[in-house]
Design a protein. Structure first.
Length: 148
């Protein structure tokens, strides 16, 4: 991957996540790759980390056919943390259920689901004190079948 292409992809990531979160994502990807190539004499570049992030995001979008952008916030050897945004709580539950089914089929075991509460579109109509579910953090543990 050329440096210019990596910069273009990074700019898209930065616009999507913000400066700090984008930097953190790239750094986490670089550290992940370094852990998995330790002892091979491979130097992990910034471009390599960007390429890994692109591949990981494409893999998730391909595997999760819900049509919702699901973000991998952490992908380690044993644990993975997804962020699943919710637009309309009741309407999005069937797609969220499908996402959980697909995660399990990939050999990941859901350990926790944490709601992200805050202002939602209904807050405009019902007042700023009204809060709803904006999304979920889904923490999964890699099972032996997925690790092996």
């Amino acid at each position: 991957m050329k440096k210019e292409e990596a910069e273009t992809v990074y700019e898209q990531l930065r616009q999507e996540l913000g400066d700090e979160e984008a930097k953190k994502e790239v750094e986490n990807a670089r550290k992940y790759l370094e852990r998995h190539t330790r002892g091979l004499g491979i130097s992990v570049s910034w471009e390599d980390a960007i390429l890994y992030l692109i591949a990981e995001k494409a893999k998730i979008k391909k595997e999760v056919k819900t049509g919702i952008d699901i973000f991998v916030k952490h992908s380690g050897k044993h644990w993975k943390i997804y962020y699943y945004p919710i637009g309309s709580f009741e309407d999005d539950l069937p797609m969220f259920g499908k996402f959980l089914e697909e995660v399990r089929e990939r050999g990941e075991e859901v350990s926790a689901i944490i709601p992200n509460m805050g202002w939602v579109p209904a807050s405009i109509l019902l007042g700023t004190s009204f809060q709803g579910v904006k999304g979920f953090a889904v923490i999964t543990r890699m099972t032996e079948e997925a690790e092996g």
